[in-house]
Write a protein that binds this ligand. Structure first.
Ligand code: HEC
Length: 235
């Protein structure tokens, strides 16, 4: 698999900086996959699932390090990091199986080290380890980045948001232990790559859509474009 950097753009780097240096480093590691998976479309799916989980985890560890979270937000991010570290070995096995690699020990050992780093509070080591892993397992950004700049995309994104997201995200349940975040605030704080990754993983389907993200790549790109550039659309 040939990977090439999709975020070489200097503006992206400039936007990352306020989020914290480590966070930025982790994001630069989210790169474009230039070629299709070698053995058919389905072959890449489990590897992509693993790559996405690493990218999300990388973003979360960056957020913990960059500070600025309320104690409640911090607790939620920590809980998500713990649970992600718990499922990573399963996703890794799936990914290796898909790539037909016989020896799973090196990767599993690497994940164990990450879990140990986290449980011993070595957050910088965790962030660095995740950065390395996401270079090795890049998220496929084809069709997602760069975000579409057209007003068609932003309008399509607005329709999607109004019909399918707003009900929960504009009126979060304040008593919930995990309230729905304001997606515009999130879009503002995140880089384009980070936003797309969180839309790819943050949206779950329902029982009828088998808990798979119900949106296709075009929908995700449109939504991200709308969330980022809402102001440009006017009232
Ligand atoms: C039925 C209510 C509901 C709907 C509809 C909904 N969400 Fe959410 N969403 C939530 C809640 C609750 C959370 C917080 C979950 C948590 O923190 O564990 C969340 C979290 C998220 C996250 C952050 C996940 C993370 O990893 O922190 C993203 C991104 C997201 N939603 C995107 C969307 C988008 C885009 C739509 C519309 C296409 C949507 N959601 C529709 C309730 C909803």
């Amino acid at each position: 698999m040939v990977a090439q950097s999709g975020l070489a753009d200097g503006r992206e780097g400039a936007r990352l900086r306020p989020l914290g240096r480590l966070c930025g480093g982790a994001l630069v590691a989210i790169v474009l996959v230039a070629t299709a998976a070698p053995s058919g479309a389905a072959a890449g799916e489990r590897t992509q699932r693993f790559a996405l989980e690493i990218a999300v985890l990388s973003g979360r560890s960056g957020r913990l390090l960059s500070g600025g979270l309320t104690p409640a937000q911090r607790g939620r991010v920590q809980a998500k990091i713990r649970s992600a570290l718990g499922v990573l070995p399963l996703l890794a096995r799936d990914c290796l199986e898909e790539q037909r690699r016989a020896d799973e020990r090196p990767l599993l050992a690497r994940l164990q080290r990450l879990a140990a780093d986290y449980s011993h509070g070595r957050m910088h080591a965790l962030a660095k380890g995740l950065e390395g892993l996401s270079r090795r397992y890049p998220v496929d950004m084809q069709g997602l980045l760069p975000l579409p700049g057209s007003s068609r995309a932003a309008r399509a994104g607005r329709t999607l948001y109004d019909q399918r997201c707003m009900g929960c995200h504009a009126y979060p349940d304040a008593r919930s232990p995990a309230p729905a975040p304001n997606l515009f605030v999130m879009a503002h704080a995140f880089s384009d790559a980070q936003l797309v990754v969180s839309l790819l993983t943050g949206i779950r389907g329902t029982r009828s859509t088998t808990l798979v993200n119900p949106l296709n790549r075009q929908d995700i790109a449109d939504l991200a474009a709308y969330l980022k550039h809402k102001g440009a659309l006017g009232p």
